[in-house]
Design a protein around this ligand. Structure first.
Ligand code: CP3
Length: 354
């Protein structure tokens, strides 16, 4: 494998010194880029794009051709695991992801297989290998998965949800059924992320998009607990280097101390938490990733730069900050504003690493 030319991102995750703060954007490959929309139209539908390794590689690299990003993220989706479990994932225009089959009962859970990632999700591993080859050591490649809780919300609700009616009913009425489902998902995620690491992912992020809809005790029991199991089951070294793990619970700001003890190297922060306060609370246990409100990209360039400066000085001097948006970049963001954001992080952060 080609030697890594820019390792700022991996160094920051390990809280090692860097010259400037590394930056990437959640959902950096996506519909806000016209070249993505063209590749997507060529592929037909979204899953065909994910399943074609050349096209998945092409769209992974698109944001890196435009912007000075310090990491690439595998182009795929968190819902590949439930799809490999036989739920029949499809995307309805304007409605988001949907499943043909939903999980509602003990029998449904018992019948679910734990996918063999190397064979059932071979298209993801093929994409990882293709991207690593194409990157040629330019920047590290991030692999990812959904958290068991977040995956379970889609599997039990049958798609996106606003009130999480069915899964919360299951959680409070038959918690043992939900635990059995989360256990299978945790095993599946461990297997899936370890295969991604073996195929070439150099860091992994767990997206817990919906952990923040739970109460504190329910979050610990039904989401954090399983992410902790995953952290304990992952390969942490590969190709002679640490493979850092990032946990991102959207709306998890009130639980940062507990999340910092789950065994990850870094925590992703959404924009609702104050990064200065977050750093004070977690100390030097973990690195922090985040956390500009993606909507700031709708503002004029000067306002974007001011916001970057506020977050950089909020984190302050020293090691352990990866800059990111607090959630995925919006579909209607102007790519030129994304450039302003990425360049501002590099231009303004040097003085925090003196
Ligand atoms: O960050 C990246 O650039 C890598 C690619 C990536 C995608 N999805 C591509 C995608 C990643 C990391 C994800 C994760 C994902 N997928 C999450 C967790 C992250 C988060 O945003 O909280 C979730 C909840 C999903 C499930 C999912 N997949 C949703 C809600 C949607 C959007 C549906 C819609 O129509 O708005 C998807 C589809 C999806 N995944 C798209 C992309 C670029 C859009 C598909 C398209 O081209 O139409």
């Amino acid at each position: 494998m080609a030697e890594l030319k820019n390792d700022r991102f991996l160094r920051a995750l390990m809280r090692e010194p860097v010259d400037v703060t590394p930056v990437w954007m959640m959902r950096q490959a996506g519909r806000y880029l016209p070249e993505y929309r063209a590749s997507r139209a060529h592929a037909g539908d979204f899953m065909s794009l994910c399943k074609n390794r050349e096209l998945a590689c092409e769209v992974t690299l698109q944001p890196l051709e435009r912007f000075d990003l310090d990491a690439a993220i595998l182009f795929s989706d968190i819902l590949t695991i439930p799809d490999a479990m036989g739920l029949g994932l499809y995307f309805e225009a304007g409605e988001g992801p949907r499943f043909r089959k939903v999980i509602r009962s003990e029998a449904d859970v018992a019948a679910l297989p734990v996918p063999d990632a190397a064979s059932d999700l071979d298209y993801v591993m093929a994409a990882v290998r293709e991207i690593r080859g194409a990157l040629g050591g330019r920047v590290p490649l991030i692999g990812f998965s959904g958290s068991p809780w977040t995956l379970a919300t889609y599997m039990v609700e049958g798609g996106s949800s606003k009130d999480f009616r069915h899964i919360k009913q299951m959680m409070y009425s038959t918690p043992e059924v939900l635990h059995a489902l989360l256990d299978k998902l945790a095993q599946s995620v461990i297997n899936y992320l370890n295969e991604q690491i073996l195929a070439g992912a150099q860091a992994v992020q767990i997206f817990d998009t919906w952990g923040g809809v739970l109460s504190g005790p329910m979050y610990r029991e039904f989401s954090l607990n399983y992410m902790q199991k995953i952290c304990a089951g992952l390969l942490r070294e590969h190709e002679g280097r640490r493979v850092p793990v990032i946990l991102f619970t959207k709306n998890g700001g009130q639980w940062l101390e507990s999340i910092a003890d789950a065994g990850a190297d870094a925590l992703g922060l959404d924009w609702t938490c104050d990064i200065q306060d977050a750093r004070r609370r977690v100390g030097d246990r973990v690195a922090l990733q985040g956390n500009m409100d993606p909507s700031v990209l709708y503002a004029p360039a000067a306002r974007i730069r001011a916001e970057v400066e506020t977050i950089l000085s909020g984190f302050g001097q020293g090691n352990g900050h990866v800059f990111n948006l607090g959630h995925g970049i919006h579909q209607f963001a102007d790519p030129e504003k994304a450039r302003v954001f990425v360049d501002a992080v590099h231009e303004l952060s040097g003085r925090f690493h003196a």
